[in-house]
Design a protein around this ligand. Structure first.
Ligand SMILES: [Zn+2]
Length: 372
């Protein structure tokens, strides 16, 4: 009897492996649940003689039970995948605190707060695709830096060696990566004509960022207000930055755009902002960022507009109750609802009261899980 069970078990395992290889082509997540039932077990009495005995006990405990992905979700953490997500807008990191610059100490304070209060950094690209891989019970948060300032990514010489300045944005982010190995550190840098100063290191910096899990976004070549530009000018502004990155990493796709001065293009020029071609290279924009003043909607919310995403200014001064800690506080005291992940990127779990806001186009093939 046991031997028969082992044979069936092996057939099931084989069938499951075959399914997941096939599914792997279109699926982007490692933990999809295969619902397929394996084929009818074939009667294989004749093979009963050849099975090994040494594996019997261990096999028995690993029964091939199907895990229901919805049943596996812990509702006691009150998942809410229609809650808000903050896209934080940083500019400089430097000695003087201002609306457009955070001191290294304050940036460290922000990161520490995020880590201690169950925020987990995700990339803007994943957000725009609805691929939220945040741990169960945690809230995704997106960090963006505009203008490609040298103090975002600065190399300095120390004892004849080139090192990353420990007080520039990248230096501080790397410090946190070391400090907390369960803290997913990623940031999008929105670049203009001259990324991060230090021209001699531009190529090295761009490559280093992409190799180390950071993202590059477009902030246009000259930082003009798009509202004032023609279609051709917009194409050149976006295309030129795209081409700088393409020349360094040909297969990297710059898919996100931060609007200079938060200025949206005229309606008739929206198309050219979203896709175009400039001097031989195509570009495509899947997420466009405004300048401020409130958390963004969940990507699964019907109210989302990926062509004009809200951001929160990562500052504590002159922000009219719309700064980073004002919103952290509102999430804490429940005056606003934060996105709380169910831990499974293939399932979208929401409280019933928000059901009418669920954007099924974004949900796509994911499983919807609504609870009271
Ligand atoms: Zn800017």
């Amino acid at each position: 009897m046991k031997k028969k069970f082992i044979i069936i078990f092996m057939i099931i395992m084989f069938a499951l492996t075959a399914c997941s290889i096939k599914d792997g082509v279109t699926s982007n997540s490692g933990n999809e649940q295969n619902e397929q039932t394996p084929e009818e077990p074939i009667k294989e009495e004749d093979e009963e003689t050849e099975e090994s005995e040494e594996t019997e006990e261990s096999e028995e405990t690993e029964e091939s039970e199907e895990i229901d992905p919805v049943a596996a979700i812990d509702l006691s953490i009150e998942p809410n995948e229609l809650g808000e997500i903050m896209i934080l807008m940083y500019h400089g990191i430097g000695p003087e605190e201002s609306v457009w610059q955070r001191t290294p100490e304050n940036f460290r304070k922000d990161l520490e707060y995020m880590y201690q209060n169950k925020y987990q950094m995700i990339s803007l690209n994943d957000y725009a695709k609805g691929e939220i891989k945040t741990k169960a019970g945690y809230t995704p948060i997106i960090l963006t830096f505009d203008d490609g300032r040298q103090n975002n990514f600065n190399y300095i010489e120390q004892d004849g060696e080139l090192i990353i300045d420990p007080d520039c944005a990248v230096g501080i982010l790397e410090e946190f990566k070391e400090k907390y190995d369960d803290f997913d550190v990623t940031v999008s840098f929105f670049l203009n004509a001259n990324p991060f100063g230090q021209k001699e290191y531009t190529e090295q910096k761009i490559k280093w960022l992409v190799e180390n899990g950071y993202d590059i976004g477009n902030h246009t070549y000259n930082h003009y207000e798009l509202e004032l530009l023609s279609s051709d000018e917009i194409q050149a502004e976006i295309g030129s930055v795209n081409n700088i990155i393409k020349a360094i990493i040909p297969d990297y796709e710059v898919e996100t755009l931060a609007l200079p001065h938060g200025s949206n293009p005229k309606k008739e020029n929206l198309e050219i902002m979203l896709s175009g071609e400039y001097e031989g290279n195509k570009y495509k924009t899947i997420a466009t960022l405004d300048v401020g003043w409130r958390p963004a909607y969940s990507p699964f919310d019907t109210l989302i507009d990926f062509n004009s995403l809200y951001r929160v200014t990562a500052s504590e001064i002159n922000v009219d109750n719309c700064g980073i800690y004002d919103y952290f506080k509102s999430f804490e005291n429940g005056t606003r609802e934060r996105f709380i992940s169910d831990g499974n990127p293939e399932v979208v779990t929401i409280p019933k009261k928000h059901e009418e806001y669920l954007n099924m186009d974004m949900v796509g093939d994911r499983i919807v899980n609504i609870y009271e």
